[in-house]
Write a protein that binds this ligand. Structure first.
Ligand code: FE
Ligand code: FE
Ligand code: FE
Length: 163
């Protein structure tokens, strides 16, 4: 069985790759957004994501390890779904749903990582990971707020088209 420290290092490498994948996906999601606030939300989160990658470098550094990256298959799958939705022109509501699945995945990963860092007595890493954890939660909440506006707009437009 792996030690908790090994699990911690593996998960750090996984989330590092997940963030890297997102720096490529978020510009496409921004471009596909119809709603202006959704588009700028994706652009803002792209900047945050770039910063989160730097923060992961700091985490590796804080625990005396070299930065490692390991293909995150789950993020590959989540991004594939969002790419399909973009191709199908599925609309903002569907795009927000896909984006929130991504944020929830990250919240789960960083939630574990921050508590493992505390248990492993790595307070600096724990502090850095908690920062990202709250950024992802914030992003999820912002997407909730945008969804309420976007979905009611899409609904009223559909209503007009029918009558
Ligand atoms: Fe992230
Ligand atoms: Fe993963
Ligand atoms: Fe995120």
């Amino acid at each position: 069985m792996n030690t908790l420290r090994e699990a911690f290092l593996n998960e750090l490498a996984d989330v590092y790759d997940a963030e890297k994948q997102l720096t490529k996906a978020l510009p496409k999601m921004a471009k596909a957004s119809e709603d202006h606030s959704l588009r700028s939300g994706f652009q803002t989160h792209l900047k945050e994501t770039e910063n989160q990658i730097k923060r992961l470098d700091q985490v590796f550094n804080a625990i005396g390890e070299k930065t490692k990256s390991k293909r995150c298959k789950a993020m590959r799958g989540l991004i594939e779904v969002s790419e399909e939705l973009i191709d199908e022109k599925a609309g903002d509501a569907a795009l927000i749903c896909a984006a929130q699945k991504v944020e929830h995945y990250e919240i789960a990963a960083y939630g574990s990582l921050r508590s493992w860092a505390s248990i492993l007595d790595e307070p600096q890493a724990a502090r850095l990971l908690a920062q990202t954890f709250y950024e992802e939660k914030d992003t999820d909440q912002k997407l909730n707020d945008i969804a309420e506006i976007v979905i009611s707009l899409e609904e009223s437009e559909e209503g007009h088209a029918e009558h």
